[in-house]
Design a protein. Sequence first.
Lengths: 257, 218
Amino acid sequence: MNFTLKIWRQKNVAAKGELIAYDVSGISPDSSFFEMLDTLNQKLIMTGGDPVAFDHDCREGICGTCSLYINGRPHGPVKGVTTCQLHMRSFVDGDTIHIEPWRAKAFPIIRDLVVDRSALDKIIQAGGYVSVNTGGVPDANTIPIPKEKSEAAMDAAACIGCGACVAACSNAAAMLFIGAKVSHLALLPQGRVEASKRVQKMVACVDTLGFGNCSNTYACEAECPKGISVVNIARMNREFIGAKLFSEKEKVVKVSF
Amino acid sequence: MFLYSSITKKVLMALAGLFLVTFLSVHLGINLMLLKNDGGRLFTEAATFMGTNALIKVFEVVLFVGFLLHIIVGVLVSSQNKAARPSPYAVSNSSDTSLLSKYMFHTGVIVFLFLLLHFFDFYFIKIGLVAPPPGVAIHDFYSRTLLLFSTPWYSLLYIFCFIALGIHLNHAIQSAFQTLGWNHGKYMDAVKFLGSAYSLIITAGFTLVPICILFLKH
């Protein structure tokens, strides 16, 4: 298969970027999107050009490292897969494929198609810890958890933190991401202990990082490679409103000297 | 208000919006009285009640606060949303999502401009800021309405604004439920359906009045 690629090239965060056209030919329909980019990069290296920088790691759809905004859609045209699981048979021979980085103020471009997604890590850090007992390994099933709750928590925990929700959102909001992170702990008894503090801290953190606000267009849900539902955003909103209105006041002991 | 968290701002917007939604049905009820063939007696009676009743006067203030809150937070939230993506994509987003939900700010601006026009046409006359057109008494809303709607371009503008409002409401009602955390498999489909039905009723109901006046010379 032959393709014309229009790839965003940008030297660094401060440089001005532009779309550059490249032709690739003789691509197998069974090769992955990244193998196609590898072919292009090999060609660029051999001809003394500058290879295209893009994020990838496990290449089996579970690590959340890969990104790419392909023809107006994060992770490309196939629903429920990451870019590394996308194959060239999903495109038509002779297609022009536009490849851009995730675009958000909170995700500055490092180089070409690589963006800095550490803002998502900061949100996780702001969430804090989950209390666990030290000592021996606890027996399985010592804490009763209803099946449907553990399923819902697992569905939320499937988030790989790739940032496709932010990339797809017309407001570059990270609400599906935090919704998933808040939900997967809030649904389980182990996560309930710090739940009200956690949601408040995570929301306070996201507001400082330059993400937008949720306007419920649900583009995030449509593009999430793990199929995370916007029900998790509603759950986070419930947790947040509940925490703000009903959480216990912290007792501050004043020591006077 | 600037310091409130993103969710708090959205919750305020949703609550104010839901209040405005209920107000619309009251307003629609009174508007439909225009269609009764009694020379505007029923309509004028209702308008007088709305203009003089003490409880309604209190709610008028609540209504203005609701409008202001919804508009101020809306502009604030939208400007933050715009700033969150300083450099746009070369290829615009083609995600599988409701297209019209992305134009809440635009339809909101249309409704806001209509609101200003509406104030000039009725409210400012009522409180004496603007002089009524010749031959129409200050509190004669019936003749004023007939006069406005007998102008075709005004009626068309009015219909256009209410289509924009319908589009706004279609997304707004289910969106408010989601923002307030009321999204559940049991009732979300019903909320979406009833929200769309309500917005359709509002648009159809309000536009019925100019259509009748224009085409039926009621």
